[in-house]
Design a binder for this molecule. Structure first.
Ligand SMILES: NC(=O)c1ccc[n+]([C@@H]2O[C@H](COP(=O)([O-])OP(=O)(O)OC[C@H]3O[C@@H](n4cnc5c(N)ncnc54)[C@H](OP(=O)(O)O)[C@@H]3O)[C@@H](O)[C@H]2O)c1
Length: 294
């Protein structure tokens, strides 16, 4: 049995859809009533009772405090999701034998083709995500450091592409950074690797992304073009133009050699993974448009 934590989030809701499509059994545990089991993560004993009663083979942890600005000013928000919940999961592994697939981030990297050892901590989001990884460093944990894109199927407007669409729908200009580089994967490509890993488990920390990279500005331009958005509302700018932002890395480009050699993953180019996004998610967009017109 797969137990999914963070199933109400951007990645988690797409994992749920994927598992349903493939008829793979799973349950979700979370703090809201959207989940199969509601848990109070502050109550360790109650959480353990719920988790152990499900006898999971694998727990996929997508819980995180992902609002970078909020992580900086609200340490309780950042620590609870990014550190204490991983600590709680590691503690649970002391009592029951199950594997964990933990989702982490490329936010530790500020050099093109950074290997798993080359971390740079520029803000509290990165700091707490790294502490969460440390809490989970054991032979029954697989950690994917990644970045992903796609539409938010839960329709809550999360992720870069939803931000672009929302801004353009309001008739506003979207400013995209020319100096921030990344190598993300289409979320469904990432999910396939996560689910494959539930069957063929390996422990360790692995970078997962696309084999090529580009600037956020180039990526957003690709979205404008392929999603038929009004190019007049596209504006490439330098991230330095935005003042009073929490400091972030600019070269979030991960080196994928370890995942290729040790997990046997053949990671797609950004062009290929983006093409799958257009093929799959454009249908979601047209459904949304039809619903709006209705
Ligand atoms: N989105 C990206 O582009 C991106 C890039 C790189 C890495 N990542 C990593 O990918 C993973 C998934 O990210 P995402 O974008 O799917 O995140 P998300 O949409 O912000 O969802 C976060 C999930 O965590 C849950 N959560 C947050 N704080 C919690 C708490 N204190 N107690 C219990 N549940 C809590 C939320 O539940 P509620 O619905 O109850 O709030 C939600 O289900 C994270 O580990 C993130 O660091 C994301």
């Amino acid at each position: 049995m797969i137990v999914l934590l963070g199933g109400s989030g951007f990645l988690g809701s797409r994992i749920q859809n994927y598992l349903q499509t493939k008829n793979i059994a799973f349950v979700t545990i979370g703090r809201s009533n959207e989940n199969n089991f509601i848990a109070d993560f502050h109550n360790q004993t109650a959480f353990m009772k719920t988790l152990f009663s499900l006898n999971p083979s694998v727990v996929i942890n997508c819980i995180a405090a992902t609002d970078i600005e909020n992580c900086e000013i609200n340490s309780e928000y950042a620590y609870e999701a990014n550190v204490y919940i991983p600590e709680l999961l590691a503690n649970c592994q002391n009592y029951q034998n199950f594997k964990i697939i933990h989702i982490s981030t490329d936010h530790f990297y500020d050099k093109i083709r950074s290997s798993e050892e080359e971390t740079v901590i520029l803000n509290e989001y990165a700091n707490t995500k790294l502490l969460g990884e440390l809490a989970l460093s054991n032979e029954n944990v697989l950690i994917f450091r990644t970045n992903f894109f796609g539409l938010d199927e839960a329709n809550r407007g999360r992720g870069l592409i939803e931000k672009v669409i929302k801004t353009v729908n309001k008739g506003h200009v979207f400013e995209a950074f020319t100096d921030v580089l990344f190598n993300p994967l289409f979320v469904d490509d990432l999910i396939k690797l996560i689910i494959l890993s539930t069957e063929k488990f390996n422990s360790g920390i692995f970078n997962i992304g696309s084999s090529s990279y580009c600037s956020k500005a180039k990526f957003v331009a690709m979205c404008f073009e392929k999603l038929d958005l009004d190019m007049n509302l596209y504006e490439p700018i330098s991230s330095e133009n935005i003042k009073n932002r929490v400091k972030r890395p600019r070269k979030m480009v991960s080196k994928l050699d370890k995942a290729s050699s040790q997990l046997g993953f053949s990671l797609p180019s950004l062009e290929d993974t983006f093409a799958r996004f257009i093929k799959r998610d454009k249908a979601i967009l047209s459904k949304r448009k039809k619903l709006d017109e209705f």
